[in-house]
Design a protein around this ligand. Structure first.
Ligand code: AMP
Ligand code: GLY
Length: 439
């Protein structure tokens, strides 16, 4: 019999592959288990057991955790959080990284988060109003003029957010979208639109203490030059100093302060601390750092950037989150730049090819390859319809890391595409120039 920890990871994308890899690196005795929604061969290779099942069913997950005598569980995606999987795991006596359902409302309800920031006087919020009918909508749009964003108040994979000038081109179009939401009985938020550069700051959080990760920039649009439909994120980069070339230290400190204040506010409101990863989606603007949204988990692809340079023991970090001892945990990242790129099916995201074979055998660094939406059919690795595989390049500079990531992702063969512009010098320079023109 093996001695050590039985650790359960919930989810089976590239983020969870990165989580499993980081756990596996720990020298501590462990058995790793994964409850998956698809057969991820990268996770299966590392874990002692991978079981495909309904990861959004709290009873199923808690029963499985008890069967394997899990001492720790880590929840990757947002849907299990929304469904109360963390609550069920804690009730079953399993220490869990990932907030309980009502605390995960930071991600699952846009209105909740805006109201919380306002109630606790946390900076970075926009002018906003919440609605569940058309009452007052036209007046508020007039007040915001051309700078508005309409957000469906729930999880919709980023697709419920419509931005003026981008998805909505007149108040008439905005009113049509709002009416669509109101007619379905949905509530929604209308808020001021910010202009600037987006970045992600993820913080480990044990309910009281925070330890921040390097900041990362994601690229949500499907095509080169930030064109085309929104996706879960096509690729990301982060600099060797754990910053981004278009941010200054002040921006990062402001974002850290907002994450800290938010974790305090959640505890004050619920009398219970948030245990998991607090992921702030921020925008650096001419008037300081603004909060776009919160996610209640690691970002995907951001997890691949930060976990690739994590030097400390991830098992220790996860236990310290669950135990409330994060202040004493060692959380160090190496001073290296990372670039992550996803290969996605042709036609993604609107009409992806599915079931086509892909070949990853030419990728030279297997430790930098992360499997996501794939399946095994007739012993063949095939595309399952969403973001397929990711690679991470790690080097002293963003440019060098980009060259590695580009070479590796180009070596993945099949009906796929990726964004070759992410992390290249001209694109990074554009971000710097854009921020300089705003400040
Ligand atoms: P969310 O699902 O809230 O992350 O929104 C999806 C995307 O919409 C974000 O990544 C931003 O690009 C954009 N967005 C959301 N809120 C705002 C805002 N207040 N100002 C400008 N862009 C926004
Ligand atoms: N990178 C975007 C997300 O994880 O939501």
């Amino acid at each position: 019999m093996m001695s050590g920890y039985n650790i359960l990871v919930i989810g089976s994308g590239a983020r969870e592959h990165a989580i499993v890899r980081a756990l596996d690196k720990s020298p501590q005795g462990k058995e790793l288990y994964c409850l998956a929604s698809n057969m991820n061969p990268g996770i299966a290779e590392i874990c002692d057991e991978l079981t495909v099942g309904n990861i959004n069913d709290p009873d199923f997950v808690a029963n499985y955790a008890q069967e394997i005598a899990a001492t720790l569980a880590i929840i990757g995606p947002e849907n299990p959080l929304e469904n109360g999987v963390a609550d069920a795991l804690w009730s079953a006596g399993v220490k869990t990284v990932g907030p309980k359902k009502r605390l995960a409302r930071l991600e699952t309800s846009k209105a909740f988060t805006r109201n919380l920031l306002q109630e606790y006087d946390i900076p970075g919020g926009p002018k906003y109003q919440t609605f569940d009918s058309m009452d007052g909508v036209a007046d508020f749009l007039k007040e915001l003029n051309d700078n508005y964003v309409v957000k469906y108040d729930g999880l919709m994979g980023g697709k419920g957010v419509k931005v003026a000038g981008d998805h909505l081109h007149s108040h008439d179009e905005a009113l049509i979208y709002c009416r669509e939401l109101a007619d379905k009985g949905n509530s929604f938020v209308i808020e001021e639109k910010f202009v600037g550069q987006e970045f992600s700051l993820m913080s480990f959080c044990d309910g009281d203490n925070l330890k921040h990760m390097p900041v990362v920039q994601d690229h949500k649009r499907a095509y080169e030059g930030d064109r085309g439909p929104n996706t879960g994120g096509m690729g990301t980069y982060s600099d060797a100093d754990h910053g981004l070339p278009f941010l200054n230290n002040n921006d990062i400190e402001e974002a850290q302060t907002i994450n800290g204040a938010t974790s305090k506010a959640v505890k004050a409101k619920f009398g219970e601390g948030y245990k998991g990863v607090l992921y702030g989606g921020f925008m650096a603007t001419a008037n300081g750092v603004k909060l776009i949204e919160y996610n209640a988990r690691l970002g995907d692809p951001e997890a691949m950037n930060v976990l690739s340079v994590l030097e400390s023991d991830f098992i220790d970090i996860c236990f310290s989150i669950a135990n409330g001892t994060l202040d004493k945990a060692d959380v160090e990242f190496s001073n290296q730049a990372t670039v992550c790129k996803y290969a996605v099916p042709e036609g993604y995201p609107d009409s992806p090819v599915i079931g086509e074979a892909i070949d990853v055998s030419h990728v030279s660094n297997r430790d930098g390859l992360f499997y996501a939406s794939v399946d095994i059919q007739n012993d063949q690795l095939v595309e399952a319809g969403s973001r397929t595989v990711a690679v991470v390049g790690t080097a002293d500079t963003i440019s060098e890391a980009e060259a590695i990531a580009e070479r590796e992702i180009s070596a993945v063969k099949g009906p796929l595409f990726h964004r070759s512009d992410i992390g290249t010098e001209p694109v990074v320079q554009q971000r710097i120039d854009h921020m300089n023109s705003l400040r």
